[in-house]
Ligand binder design. Structure first.
Ligand code: M6R
Length: 598
């Protein structure tokens, strides 16, 4: 149950467990959060055993009911299986099983696997072999974990395009979709590759391909401990993760400058000669990571003069993008398991492009399938709403942009060092922002009964506005939209009405002062039409004062780096509004942390 709690952020609409005990298999399943399962187990305890499986679900096929919750069992109740992903050919398999007399009791795609495993086990008496045979018949993306009463000391797992990691303890072993589930027991982990089956026994772990051939495995040490995945005194993981941002930003910068003062990104294994040939950068990502990409574009184009496109990973491969060996594709993902991003990077590699992953999760699929990876060092991010991952993704993007500038000679060494010095100041600046969030929280609480909040920004402030709106949607369930402020007069200004809260991210008056002046005009335009203006502006920017109903100050920061500080108040704002509206901050409705289906 402790392991499931650690994984609950990945899906939380139902949960279940099965345990091998007394020569048989016992299972319990419950719709709703894990706490419902706990109550069920307290009321009707299962026999105790040391081999078992469990699951928290994010529904794909069939609603979140007891009957659709995992584990799913065969008709004889001998085999239990849990599954993440989608089995695309389940309808055909289901019809086939029904013809052979199987009675399927749920609406899920998963249940067919339990029945198929039962059939194969009765022929082979070997669960791992049964799993291999079944997997060869499945289409789609899946992680499967199964236990069978006929092999009481064995758990078998399989994966295709969906995460599964093995934890190796002393005299014990674990399988989970994320190391967080077993980190309290062991920090020694094994990565499973695509199309592999793993068999866990008392005396060890065996990995084979779906074809039965022994597979090579890579072991690694998890470099964070169980306390990193605890709330540590905060009410919500999100609050803890917001507070961790100064450290996360600083950690992501660690060790990036060598003795000669040059930027070193050792993990970026793409030779400098190839990076010099790059004629286009394409960033693919989803959600918050996509917003990091939108901001990165400004830095990449400005510092390297290489054209940069940013695209939603879910759209990318379907429009037949123009890619070749001179395109550098950057895939940004906190989890490293987002299916849309994974599919986009695979498409890019098929076209001969090099892929660089920016990722927070060691050993996950996206970095493993990329040509190179730059890890962010945010530590585990548990809250569904991404915060510290976003800031560290930005830092990583800036580093990549500078590195490209360094190898291509579009940036001098001293210029790069100056930006890195500016980046090193960000941790302290974020800390200062966090210290002054009292009025932002108060403001958020006062808006709890509003229906709509708009966000405006220009230049790098535009993606910040999009990110502020996304946070509010997913946490407060409010209508929130981000606009480029220059677009206002082309339509959105019609939305402005009396007392409508509008958050405006104001560019620095230094540097791009033209933009600053324009956005000050925009603020006046919306205020004249009744908007309640919430202005986020740099310390010392006095021109905005007369037009701000609420003023949020952020430290003076170089323009391109300003999203690192400007986003923080918007995270706090959304978190507080969600709390005021009585919403579940860490586990917003309908969402899951890691979207491992397309
Ligand atoms: O793990 P990833 O960074 O690939 O996830 C991408 C998005 O699903 C994620 O950023 C999502 O938008 C967050 N819930 C936003 O807070």
């Amino acid at each position: 149950m402790a392991g499931l709690r650690r994984l609950e952020y990945r899906g939380y609409d139902s949960a279940g467990v099965a345990v091998l005990a007394d020569g048989g298999l016992a299972a319990a399943r419950k719709a709703g959060k894990l706490v419902n399962l706990e109550k069920e187990l307290a009321a009707r305890p299962l026999p105790s055993g040391t081999t078992g499986i469990g699951h928290t679900r994010w529904a794909t096929h069939g609603g979140p009911t007891d009957a659709n919750a995992h584990p799913h069992l065969d008709n004889a109740g001998q085999v239990a299986v849990v599954h993440n992903g989608i089995i695309e050919n389940f309808a055909g398999l289901r019809a086939e099983l029904a013809e052979r007399g199987h009675e399927l009791r749920s609406e899920t795609d998963t249940e067919v696997v339990a029945h198929l495993l039962a059939e194969e086990f009765s022929a082979t008496a070997d669960l791992a072999e049964a799993m291999r045979l079944v997997c060869r018949r499945l289409e789609g993306a899946f992680t499967l974990v199964a236990a069978h009463a006929g092999e009481p000391d064995v758990v078998v797992g399989a994966r295709r395009n969906s995460p599964l990691v093995v934890g190796v303890g002393e005299g014990e072993a674990f399988l989970a979709s994320d190391v967080a589930a077993f980190i309290a027991h062991t920090r020694s982990a094994i990565e499973l590759g695509q199309d592999q089956v793993v068999e866990l026994r008392r005396d060890g772990v065996t990995v084979t391909g779906f074809d039965g051939r022994p597979a090579e495995v890579r072991s690694y040490h998890v470099d964070w401990d169980a306390s990193a995945a605890e709330k540590g005194g905060y009410d919500y993981f999100m609050l803890k993760e917001i507070a961790e941002q100064p450290k996360a930003v600083a950690d992501t910068l660690l060790g990036r400058i060598d003795a000669s003062g040059a930027l070193t990104l050792d993990e970026v294994r793409i030779p400098a000669s190839e990076l010099r040939e790059v004629d286009k950068v394409v960033i693919v990502a989803c959600g918050t990571a996509f917003h990091a990409g939108l901001i990165a574009k400004y830095a990449i184009e400005h510092w390297t003069r290489i054209p940069c496109e940013v695209e939603l990973a879910s759209e990318f491969r379907y429009r037949d993008p123009i890619l070749d060996s001179r395109s550098l594709v950057i895939a940004i993902s906190q989890s490293g398991e987002t299916m849309d991003t994974l599919m986009a990077l695979r498409h890019a590699r098929e076209q001969g492009s090099k892929v660089l992953a920016i990722c927070n999760t060691n050993g996950s699929t996206i970095p493993r399938e990329s040509d190179a990876v730059l890890y962010t060092h945010a530590g585990p991010e548990v809250a569904v709403a991404s915060t510290k991952a976003f800031l560290t993704q930005l830092v990583a993007c800036y580093l990549v942009a500078l590195y490209l500038g360094q190898v291509r000679g579009t940036k001098w060494g001293d210029e790069i060092r100056a930006v890195v010095r500016d980046l090193a100041q960000i941790s302290g600046a974020v800390e200062r922002v966090l210290e002054t969030m009292g009025p932002v929280r108060e403001l958020a609480r006062s808006l709890a009964d509003k229906d709509t909040v708009l966000f405006l920004g220009r230049h790098v402030g535009y993606p910040v506005a999009l990110e502020g709106a996304l946070k509010l949607k997913e946490l407060a369930y409010m209508h929130a939209e981000g606009f480029a402020a220059g677009e206002l007069k082309h339509g959105p200004i019609a939305l402005i009405e009396e007392d409508l809260p509008v958050v405006v991210v104001v560019p620095s008056p230094r540097g791009r002062s033209v933009l600053h002046d324009k956005i000050v005009s925009n603020i006046q335009e919306i205020r004249a039409r009744g908007a309640r203006t919430i202005v986020i502006a740099e310390e010392g920017d006095e021109t905005v004062v007369p037009y701000a109903d609420h003023l949020v100050r952020i430290p003076v920061t170089p323009v391109l780096l300003s999203p690192l500080v400007a986003t923080v108040p918007l995270q706090v704002f959304a978190c507080e509004l969600a709390t005021a509206r009585g919403n579940e901050v860490d586990q917003p409705r309908n969402l899951a942390k890691s979207v491992t289906v397309e």
